[in-house]
Design a protein around this ligand. Structure first.
Ligand code: ATP
Ligand code: MG
Length: 684
């Protein structure tokens, strides 16, 4: 192997003293708390390389948790280029998101996970489990309510889904919650949770939160496996630590030092390095709790704490605006963040009559910047809520400005893609009844609603999967003649795919599924604009499969399905695209762009209307909105725009709005342009 080893000095080149200290940290816990753009992610990457190259840590004995798949990919490619390690070696490293890492662990370990339900029964999943997305899990939850004869009006499925998710993110299994339930509503909730989990089990499926909770449960209930991983992982690194939830935190703690935390823990050459910024905690609605960062100090009293106080990203006036906004939060630790990049231009403000004028302004400024030589891929337009993107998109389209949108309709959420993936899921795990329901009559093959209801009834009464129930019904000859013929055809088709799956590659299998299922044929027969678009998407899915087959270490069908389930909006962002990026503030975390537009700075949009409904001014929600704005402001390197529309069509109405209260928190001397019908600052 051609090892292109880096000496420590080259690895530390260009790092500040504090950054280098964090990279070189020897053993034990380390917390790096620092503001936006101070090089936290950079420190983490350099530390991984240092451990591999200088400390000769075996590549698979460290675990690095990133916030997105894209960040994991970037870290891997930097490791490859800076360390000279081979592609294969880097691919095998434990670098990924919490969900990605847990998925990998569970593919091996899930037979050892014992999940107790409320009646004390132990449930087991098998290694070919599938991952249900939010929509699949919502459907299953609705089924659970139906089975329990509960009214959706009293138990709105989305609300219940959120509650169950929160319980899972807090580390509670249904049985544990059941024993803690405080009132009749919570008891009911525990019952729904239990039923929902039973149904997931019938499907051999996990939802996103289960990936984390099951891994934690593996360690909580299986000392053998825990010991194995304790000994295996020598170094743990976590980015965006402020956005971990309780389950994730407990997972990390458990992997690092087993179940007995405490100050007398022997680190002997091992380390746990967490980096984060409390001011950027923006996922409390997903159970993230920035206070856990403070717990870290309590749980690991011997922790070294390093602060990074220089910002390498933004020009000074941008940073001043960001710093003076976030100062208004009370729930924070005051920190220093000084600029290293010079004063730069003032932040440009623009007040538009409505969202259409706002969009036009953004488009015209993009064109002006482009004429000055700024690349489109160096510009980003941020918004607080997805609904804002429509007016912006229209303006960009009208001005022929190419853009890509992060977090719009995901490729994998499209009907035809979900259908074909459902075929693959069913082939991989015939217990996946949600997948079966999607494909049993798609394309139409004469299996109608009454037949499906019959299959469901059978499955419910015998507590089996739909596929098994279908086979059972066919054996017993209880279906009508036409339905029998159609169902026979379907079972034969799926069985033939199952057999093929062991012999051919994923792209080959997909090609066969597309053809033999009749799916493509049905679309071709439709022959209109819509079906044409769908056929193009199917070809794109084939490309994805082909690419997976060429690039992935693990080329199995299970790995392909997991990759799709865990794909996220930011994954596809590429720097070389010649297009402006449109994205929500939430998905901009960790990213940076030379020019940034933050749109919709109005009361009711940013801060969000939810906050306005709240009675006091200084509540947790408002502080989270302020952190969100801090994240948005600190994405900008050189040029920042803030825009506001006096009237906006939103939530189905056209409403007048006040400028965001956060505007008043910004230092006027750093702003220029028009605001609230008055001129702010002086032009640059
Ligand atoms: P965020 O809080 O937004 O996640 P961060 O603290 O992780 O930011 P990075 O993304 O690691 O910060 O770094 C911000 C920018 O500063 C990057 O472009 C990075 O390459 C650069 N940078 C980091 N450290 C230095 C340094 N010592 N000298 C010059 N540039 C640096
Ligand atoms: Mg970062």
């Amino acid at each position: 192997m051609n090892i292109n080893r880096h000496s420590t000095s080259t690895l530390l080149e260009g790092l500040t003293h504090e950054q280098a200290q964090a990279v070189l940290h020897e053993e034990g816990p380390l917390l790096v708390l620092a503001g936006a753009g101070s090089g936290k992610t950079r420190v983490l990457t350099h530390r991984v390389i240092y451990l591999l190259e200088e400390k000769r840590v075996e590549h698979n004995r460290l675990m690095a948790v990133t916030f997105t798949n894209k960040a994991a990919k970037e870290m891997k490619s930097r490791i490859q280029s800076l360390s000279g390690a081979g592609y294969k070696t880097v691919e095998q490293m434990w670098i990924g998101t919490f969900h990605g890492i847990c998925n990998r662990l569970l593919r091996a370990e899930i037979p050892f996970v014992d999940i107790k339900d409320a009646s004390g029964k132990t449930l087991h999943w098998t290694r070919n489990f599938v991952i249900f997305d939010t929509q699949d899990s919502l459907n299953l939850l609705k089924d659970s309510l139906k089975t329990l004869n509960l009214d959706e009006k009293l138990y709105p499925p989305k609300v219940v889904q959120g509650r169950i998710s929160a319980l899972k993110n807090f580390g509670l299994l249904s049985a544990q919650f059941n024993s803690k339930a405080k009132d009749s509503y919570e008891l009911k909730l525990a019952e729904i949770y239990d039923k929902y989990q039973e149904k997931l089990h019938q499907n051999n499926a996990l939802d996103f939160d289960d990936l984390l909770l099951f891994t934690l449960e593996l360690f909580r209930s299986n000392p053998d496996r825990l010991r194995h991983y304790n000994q295996h992982f020598e170094h743990l690194l976590v980015d965006e630590f402020q956005d971990t939830n309780q389950t994730q935190y407990d997972l990390l703690k458990t992997i690092v030092q087993g179940l007995q935390a405490g100050s007398d823990f022997e680190w002997s050459g091992r380390s746990f390095c967490a980096v984060g910024d409390i001011d950027q905690s923006i996922y409390s609605w997903r159970g993230a709790n920035y206070k856990l960062t403070l717990h870290f100090k309590k749980d690991f009293p011997q922790a070294s704490i390093i602060k990074l106080e220089e910002n390498f990203r933004s020009k000074e006036q941008i940073l001043q605006v960001a710093n003076s906004v976030i100062k208004n939060n009370q729930q924070r630790i005051e920190k220093k963040l000084v600029c290293t990049r010079g004063k730069g231009e003032k932040v440009t403000c623009f007040e538009a009559a409505d969202e259409i004028e706002e969009g036009n302004y953004v488009a015209s400024e993009i064109k002006r910047l482009q004429a000055k030589g700024v690349h489109l891929h160096d510009m980003a337009v941020l918004y607080r809520i997805n609904a804002q993107s429509r007016a912006l998109e229209e303006a960009l389209l009208k001005n022929k400005i190419p853009y890509r949108i992060v977090g719009g309709m995901r490729f994998y959420d499209r009907l035809e893609i979900k259908d074909l993936v459902a075929y693959l899921r069913l082939v991989y795990n015939t217990k996946d009844s949600t997948a079966l329901k999607r494909v049993i009559n798609s394309p139409r093959r004469g299996i109608g609603a009454s037949t499906i209801a019959q299959i469901e009834e059978k499955a419910d009464s015998l507590n089996m999967s739909l596929y098994a129930a279908l086979a059972d019904l066919l054996d017993s000859g209880n279906l009508g003649a036409k339905a029998t013929q159609a169902a026979h055809g379907f079972v034969e088709l799926i069985d033939s795919f199952v057999e093929l799956a062991t012999e051919v590659s994923v792209p080959e299998l997909l090609r066969i599924v597309i053809e033999r299922s009749g799916y493509l044929q049905a679309l071709e027969a439709q022959d209109d604009e819509e079906s044409e678009g769908r056929i193009e998407n199917i070809h794109e899915l084939l490309n994805v499969a082909q690419h997976f087959n060429e690039e992935s270490e693990d080329k199995s069908l299970g790995a392909f399905l997991a990759q799709i389930s865990l794909a996220s909006d930011t994954d596809k962002l590429q720097d070389d695209d010649s297009a402006v990026t449109l994205l929500t503030v939430h998905s901009s975390k960790g990213l940076e762009f030379p020019c940034v537009f933050i749109t919709g700075l109005e009361e009711g949009v940013f801060p969000h209307t939810r906050v306005l409904a709240s009675s006091h001014d200084c509540n947790e929600d408002l502080e989270e909105e302020r952190r969100l704005l801090y994240v948005a402001l600190t994405r900008a390197e050189d040029k920042l725009y803030l825009t506001f529309a006096r009237r906006r069509r939103l939530w189905g109405q056209r409403e007048y709005a006040e400028p965001s209260r956060f505007m008043a928190e910004m230092p006027q001397e750093c702003l220029s342009g028009y605001w609230g019908s008055s001129v702010i600052g002086r032009n640059n």
